[in-house]
Design a protein around this ligand. Sequence first.
Ligand SMILES: Cc1cc2nc3c(=O)[nH]c(=O)nc-3n(C[C@H](O)[C@H](O)[C@H](O)COP(=O)(O)OP(=O)(O)OC[C@H]3O[C@@H](n4cnc5c(N)ncnc54)[C@H](O)[C@@H]3O)c2cc1C
Length: 395
Amino acid sequence: MDFEYSTEEKAFQREVRAFIEEQRSPGVMDPTREGMAQLVDTPERRRFMKAMADRGWLGMSWPAEYGGGAAPGIYEYLLNEELAAAGAPLIGKGVGIVGKTIIRHGNERLKSEFLPKILNAEIEFAIGYSEPNAGSDLASLVMRATLAPEGKGWILNGQKRFTTSAHFADWYWVAARTDPDAPKHKGITLFLVPMNAPGITIQAMDCIGDNERTNEVFLDNVFVGDDYVVGEVDKGWYYISEALDFERFTLFTISTYVKKYEVIRDWIREATRDGSPLKDDPHVRRTIAWLATQIEIAKMHTLRVISKAGAGGVPNLESAMFKLFTTQLGQKITDEFLTIAGAQGALRRDTPGAPLNGRMENYYRYSVIDTVGAGTSEVQRNIIARRGLGLPVEN
Ligand SMILES: Cc1cc2nc3c(=O)[nH]c(=O)nc-3n(C[C@H](O)[C@H](O)[C@H](O)COP(=O)(O)OP(=O)(O)OC[C@H]3O[C@@H](n4cnc5c(N)ncnc54)[C@H](O)[C@@H]3O)c2cc1C
């Protein structure tokens, strides 16, 4: 099997690297950052996204009739991998979840209003699925959408939890129950709501990873016009499931894990304990060799996802395996580092004597979200059991 990228793909990779060098700025890129993806929450990061838009790199894989580049998905993947390696914002929710769903299912109004803004990096979205009692079992969501008086539009009431980006996003992509009597997967509808609509209250939820924030969002009699219903009423579950397959594929990149491994490998080459080089320690040698092997396996999982998508399939099983393996590998990488580093490994960023300036201690706390967001590890295992192994649906 030939794992090499084509000449055109390699040329694109070089172009992206040159662009990143040209745009390099600490306010936009942080290669030591351990988060899933840099948020586009400052004017400088918005300008960076606009520069990518000007290159035609947002919506590269969208059909040409919607202003996209009609390029194979591998180009979007290569772009995101380079961005992630540099600690830059990725092309994310707007292009991957909102845009692709509107293209497939949205009405003409949504297409003409949102698609050009996404392509031009003029708009940021927050995704409102999870609620206090609806996470893994998302179809249990209870946010209610009732018909507005005179049957024009909808009124939304309820609470969302863990809405990342709500505090700076322009629009809210939100799921609510339109038919409480239907089986739980069948009465859900997707809406687009301006984030500053009357009746929306946003409260910060701080995370255990430093400087990471998500939000609780309360909707109190929020009006949504009929034009802003996404697709058909009561069909939201279908669109959410389809978009989650896109999300697992586009939001998790391998290069961040490779970088973490490389940083630890390089540190081991130089570090000493009690005057002896760590690289001579048999446990350290075995551990780093094992991690090197795991990294190669993770890369193979990525290639399985890309090759399935490239052949026109939806890589849901492959994405589940990829996400499970790589996010858990991320945790193993930081776990092994903290074991090797000993007591000093627990020192936080910018503390004198902290190995790698506390980067891995920070990541140890942060890495929890990787195995939770876009479906927990247990949920990925359930997908693999059902779709890959043909085992019965869990109770
Ligand atoms: C920092 C952060 C950012 C987030 N951002 C967003 C966002 O922008 N938008 C959004 O909508 N959501 C977001 N989420 C929510 C995220 O998708 C949910 O946390 C996730 O789906 C898990 O749901 P839960 O937290 O309710 O846990 P639960 O579903 O209550 O799960 C608790 C535990 O039980 C396990 N479990 C549950 N069901 C099963 C099962 N059937 N079999 C085996 N084990 C099971 C889980 O794996 C987990 O370990 C975010 C979460 C975090 C932490």
